[in-house]
Design a protein around this ligand. Structure first.
Ligand code: KIV
Ligand code: ZN
Length: 516
């Protein structure tokens, strides 16, 4: 049977240890719930001695989540271990994770301690933590820069003291895969009692090698990897959970191991972590980047339309994303263009298609990405013109810390004014819910951006939205000195485009019925 790799998630501890990513205890709990749905084996909830917020986050997570093991970090000091143990009291399955630096540079400049002292303190810390739980992990910090013989000695001693997991951190991201793999192989070979503990690795990304190093370690005997969602963490970050898990899945034949991760939860988890930490995922990030499943080159789009696997090694559904997207731009070919028109309900004749394609190429040269409403505009020569079905007449919202955000909206349609109201998560959301109710279209808000188009306190704000409804994507824009009004205007303009394109679809169908 395939070896099962333990996924130890440290998004809430090491991941949060990065500039600007501070999370409140309730935000940590929300992420922890999603990590449990994702199927991680261990959640490191925080470093309780470091702050009251961390202690209470670990406690809240330990209280609620019964599936994964909950871990808390502690230096090899009594006060730290006591704080970790106190936060973990409610946990069904708990782990205390103690660490102490072992490398010459840390011993000399940071700790000012000799090898013998480090060895003694490591053993003491593990024994002290064992008073609280059987499950104790020990990390020789900066292990990859520690003399191997001394590292083997420390590992053997902490296992004898009761450590059930020994974690080998590449604290400063200095290791390279061949070397790190050999270090793990050396531990397997030279630590006599190693079979009594799990070998874990914890790699940082300073040279962009955290994932390859983690994978090399797995190949050489590591059975646990420590990682974070979106690879967030100290400096250049930690090894990315989604990249490790998907590599092990896609290249199962090479690694021969499994994990307990439900990969369909990956995208959702990535979005949640990005939203709550405010750390934007780079568009070309492997697995979860915005462009990871988007194809623009004409050759690639043609290949994808003929057989997905020509250019896709992961089905987007496997990570919980909808179908991959063919982005229409200047590199796109006729095949993708006519497929998109068909999806929008248009079936132009060959001659019409050639004309529309030429105009599309023209536009794509000027515009980075061509959206569905641009396509609709291109083919509108032979279709009825777009109508402004709804007009925003009045918008009023209430919101505040003690108030349920509510919007009242008046729209006019064919000269008649009508009104409705709804609540939402904020004033903009309340407006959008109200407009959805009034139009009867429940569109998905794919994108919302607000920018100031003029300077000063009375600056004009411009809101751009992108909506998706039944496979059609349209953009809308609105400007006003009031951002709520600009938001409502943008939404109404996008809704008008959706209504027009729905009307066009039925017009095309009618026309086809008359002139098949
Ligand atoms: O990078 C590191 O060495 C750590 C340890 C505390 C495991 O985060
Ligand atoms: Zn770390």
């Amino acid at each position: 049977m395939a070896r099962r790799i333990v996924i130890f998630d440290t998004t809430l501890r090491d991941g949060e240890q990065c500039p600007g990513a501070s999370l409140s205890p309730t935000e940590k709990l929300e992420i922890a719930r999603q990590l449990a749905r994702l199927g991680v084996d261990v959640i490191e909830g925080g470093f309780p001695i470091a702050s009251a917020g961390d202690a209470s986050a670990v406690k809240m997570i330990a209280q609620e989540l019964r599936g994964p093991t909950i871990a808390a970090l502690a230096r090899s000091l009594a006060a730290d271990i006591d704080a970790a143990a106190a936060a973990l009291v409610p946990a069904k399955k708990k782990r205390i994770h103690v660490f102490l630096a072992t490398s010459p540079i840390h011993r000399k400049y940071k700790l000012r301690k000799a090898q013998a002292e480090i060895l003694r303190q490591s053993v003491w810390a593990v024994q002290y933590a064992k008073r609280y739980t059987q499950d104790v992990e020990f990390s020789p910090e900066d292990a990859s820069r520690t003399e191997p013989e001394f590292l083997f000695q420390v590992i053997e001693a902490v296992i004898r003291a009761g450590a059930t997991t020994v974690n080998i951190p590449d604290t400063v991201g200095f290791a390279i895969p061949d070397e790190f793999g050999a270090l793990i192989a050396g531990i397997v070979k030279h630590v006599p009692n190693i079979e009594r503990a799990n070998i874990s690795v914890h790699c940082h990304n300073d040279l962009g090698l955290s994932v390859p190093n983690s994978l090399a370690a797995i190949k050489n005997g590591a059975s646990q990897v420590e990682c974070t969602v979106n690879g967030i963490g100290e400096r250049a970050g930690n090894a990315s959970l989604e990249e490790i898990v998907m590599t092990l899945k896609v290249r199962q034949g090479f690694y021969g191991v499994t994990t307990g991760i439900d990969t369909r939860q990956i995208y959702k988890t990535s979005r949640l972590v990005s939203t709550l930490t405010g750390l934007v995922v780079q568009p070309n990030k492997a697995i979860v980047g915005e462009n990871a499943f988007r194809h623009e080159s004409g050759i690639h789009q043609d290949g994808i339309l003929k057989y997905r696997r020509t250019y896709e090694i992961i089905r987007p559904e496997e990570i919980g994303l909808g179908a991959s997207q063919l982005v229409l731009g200047k590199h796109s070919g006729r095949h993708a263009f006519s497929q998109r028109l068909a999806a929008l309900g248009f079936r132009p004749s060959q001659q019409e298609l050639e004309r529309a394609f030429a105009r599309f190429k023209d536009l794509a040269d000027k515009k980075k990405e061509v959206f569905d409403d641009d396509l609709v505009a291109i083919v509108e020569e032979y279709l009825p013109s777009e109508q402004e079905t709804y007009k925003l007449v009045y918008v009023h919202t209430t919101s505040g810390t003690e108030t349920v955000p509510t919007a009242t909206i008046r729209l006019s349609k064919q000269g008649k004014v009508f009104q409705d109201a709804a609540c939402g998560d904020g004033p903009v959301d309340a407006c959008y819910k109200t407009i959805d109710r009034m139009s009867g279209l429940s569109a998905e808000l794919v994108d919302y951006t607000l920018r100031s188009v003029t300077k000063g306190k009375d600056a004009l704000g411009e809101v751009s939205v992108r909506l998706r409804h039944r496979g059609i994507q349209v953009a809308g824009r609105g400007t006003s000195t009031d951002i709520i009004e600009a938001s409502a205007k943008a939404y109404v303009s996008a809704v008008n485009k959706l209504v027009s394109s729905t009307n066009r679809r039925s017009y095309v169908k009618r026309r086809q019925a008359l002139h098949p």
